[in-house]
Design a protein around this ligand. Structure first.
Ligand SMILES: [Zn+2]
Length: 181
């Protein structure tokens, strides 16, 4: 259904995703020479939806995909990545928050005493992992959390969307961090 193409320079087709679109997936069952390009995670998601919506038209599939507000929201704010990340959490002035929260609110997940930037401290709290966890361990915790929170996984329940946004933000902080091996 899809193969990796190292030569593709397109971005992932999923709205809001910044990964390179290295994996292709046919747009419709009867249009097999016209492709969407996705990153690894999203081609998997697309294929899942494809199987799930087997027999539906491309328009229906697109409507279903664009209804996914989780991804829509990511494309809105501009500016530097950190401000964007905080904006997603509903924080307009990250520095003010960081100054207060970094010291006063260590959070439920803080068990270690590592010196971490406030964003990463917040991230380990959100993902409820130890600050000494490896990147692989954090990733595992993140994946488990996403599974519980994602509307595609929990039968369309969107009440946990904010938590899902937080978890996604948190994983981005750890994923890019040199403090986690
Ligand atoms: Zn993607």
């Amino acid at each position: 259904m899809s193969g990796e193409s190292e030569t593709s320079t397109r971005p992932c087709h999923k709205e809001g995703c910044l990964e390179p679109g290295k994996y292709r997936a046919p747009r419709a069952p009867d249009v097999l020479d016209d492709f969407y390009w996705f990153c690894k995670d999203h081609v998997r998601e697309y294929n899942l939806k494809w199987n799930f919506f087997d027999g539906t038209t491309e328009a229906e599939l697109n409507a279903q995909m664009s209804k996914d507000k989780v991804w829509e929201r990511e494309t809105k704010p501009l500016g530097d990545p950190e401000a964007r990340a905080w904006a997603r959490l509903g924080v307009e002035d990250p520095h003010q928050i960081l100054g207060a929260n970094a010291t006063q609110n260590p959070g439920k997940g803080s068990t270690g005493n590592r010196r971490l930037p406030p964003t990463e401290r917040r991230a380990v709290d959100i993902l409820e992992v130890k600050d000494t966890a490896s990147k692989a361990e954090v990733r595992k915790a993140y994946k488990a959390l996403i599974k519980v929170l994602h509307p595609d996984m929990n039968g369309g329940d969107r009440s946990q969307e904010e938590q899902l946004q937080e978890a996604m933000w948190a994983w981005e902080q750890i994923k890019e961090s040199r403090n986690f091996k």
